[in-house]
Design a binder for this molecule. Structure first.
Ligand code: NAG
Ligand code: NAG
Ligand code: NAG
Ligand code: NAG
Length: 415
């Protein structure tokens, strides 16, 4: 245990050393004032937020082959751009513990969903099974128990992702979507595109923002902790939840007090499990927006999603959920859990990555890129401290990511 602590502290220390020396130190009082600045936006749903800003918001229900009922959100029209049949469909897929809210909580002119809608796209926002918008099922009625939560991002990729694409194409009468995934939203895309290769034909282009396939270089504090856990799985599950991922508050505080002792603001960030997974660097975060972020995130995930990623840190593979060898043999037909085949992902993929991302490390991004069936570009975000959540909430996200994505679509993927 001691060894682990030293290792992780060393890696966190390394990343923090990159900060500007003159960065502000937050006091408890200032953080309390920040928490008190919570506005009603924090409690609004995604369609409510979209409508409040004068955009058209639609709610759609999509049923998967295995019975999960998912909510999708759609922005078909904006104050300046009316709905029309020929707007290209863009599907945005969120990260682990995220939801459709990830793309809208920054508001118009800042959130990617609004920027795409303003640019003339028909914007569809996915919500994976288990997020607060997608807790429903055709036959299951207990949304807290083992049956509902028996899935990880494999099932989100295999079932939810194709169902969302088919649904959006059917409603709009179009043939292909432009897919933009962030973090786990890229993992689920790769699972789908490798296991159901026919879906590659339904993708005009994929933008992988902070892609996650291989994770052996990931510096995520919580995932490393889960991976190294030495008291056995059942004790771990008591701390983080056996079905839904609901880490015990005192457990989080304990981890946070070891890794996040910089100042009151970092302690506050570390009280949110999302930041314990992704890491953070507040230089590009608008601190006024923290209450909005905390109001919508974490939006829900299964413990198996976390365990599956943690397994891959150790195995160095991008593979199926590893069960005991008998179950592997029974379920997968081999003693070892099989790998996903990235070469079977034949849709064109643009990868956006950065050098200060705890979760999506450069070595892992490069490795997955060379295996993809149709890799187009590795775009390194030109900002040294760019981190995993800056793709959603970075003050300069429009300049460094959204505008470059849209210019690529307009130049190369507009028929
Ligand atoms: C769950 O789905 C059923 C069938 O579509 C629907 O009638 C019900 O309102 C949904 N429940 C929630 C909480 O969304
Ligand atoms: C959280 O964990 C602590 C010990 O680490 C335990 O005493 C407490 O009962 C747990 N709380 C819940 C809600 O499980
Ligand atoms: C931070 O967010 C607040 C509230 O939305 C906004 O007024 C301000 O302009 C933002 N600051 C920056 C640097 O984007
Ligand atoms: C992976 O997919 C590619 C392209 O479909 C195929 O040629 C190759 O044989 C597959 N590799 C494995 C190990 O299945």
């Amino acid at each position: 245990m001691k060894l682990l602590l030293i290792l992780v502290v060393a890696s966190v220390g390394f990343a923090i050393a990159d900060d500007d020396a003159e960065e502000k130190v937050w006091t408890e009082d200032e953080v309390e004032a920040l928490k008190a600045s919570v506005t009603s936006d924090v409690y609004a749903t995604v369609p409510e937020l979209i409508a409040q800003n004068g955009y058209t918001a639609e709610i759609h229900y999509v049923t998967t082959e295995d019975g999960y009922i998912l909510q999708m959100h759609r922005i078909p029209a904006t104050p300046t751009s009316p709905a029309s049949d020929d707007k290209p469909v863009v599907l945005l897929m969120h990260a682990l513990l995220g939801s459709a809210a990830d793309w809208v909580i920054m508001g118009p002119e800042k959130g990617f969903a609004y920027i795409l809608a303003d640019a003339g796209y028909d914007v569809w926002l996915g919500n994976a099974r288990g997020t607060k918008y997608s807790r429903n099922h055709t036959t299951l009625t207990d949304f807290t128990g083992p049956d509902f939560w028996y899935f990880d991002w494999h099932e989100i990729g295999y079932y939810d992702q194709p169902a969302m694409i088919d649904y959006a194409l059917e409603v709009t009468g179009q043939e292909k979507v432009i897919f933009i995934g962030h973090s786990q939203g890229t993992t689920t895309f790769y699972v789908m595109a490798s296991l159901r290769p026919e879906y590659n034909d339904k993708i005009k282009v994929m933008f992988s923002l902070a892609p996650i396939a291989y994770v052996s270089h990931c510096k995520s504090v919580l995932l490393q902790f889960v991976d190294q856990f030495e008291y056995g799985l059942s004790h771990l599950l008591k701390l983080i939840g056996a079905y839904e991922f609901l880490p015990n508050g005192s457990f989080l505080t304990k981890i946070g007090s070891v890794y996040c002792n910089e100042d009151a603001l970092t302690r506050y960030l570390c009280s949110n499990v999302l930041f314990l997974i992704t890491g953070f660097d507040i230089s590009n975060l608008n601190q006024t927006m923290l209450s909005a972020i905390f109001g919508h995130t974490p939006a829900g995930a299964s413990t198996r999603q976390i365990l599956h990623y943690a397994q891959l840190i150790r195995s160095g593979k991008f593979g199926y959920y590893d069960q005991d060898w008998i179950s592997n043999l029974f379920n997968y037909g081999s003693i070892e859990a099989p790998d996903y085949n990235l070469t079977a992902v034949t849709a064109p993929v643009h990868v956006f990555y950065s050098t200060n991302d705890y979760f999506s490390a450069v070595e892992d991004v490069e490795k997955h890129y060379t295996e993809l069936g149709n890799p187009i570009e590795m775009y390194r975000v030109p900002y040294k401290k760019w981190n995993h959540v800056d793709y959603l909430w970075g003050i300069t996200a429009k300049e460094f990511v959204y505008d470059p994505v849209i210019s690529r679509i307009k130049a190369n993927y507009s028929d």
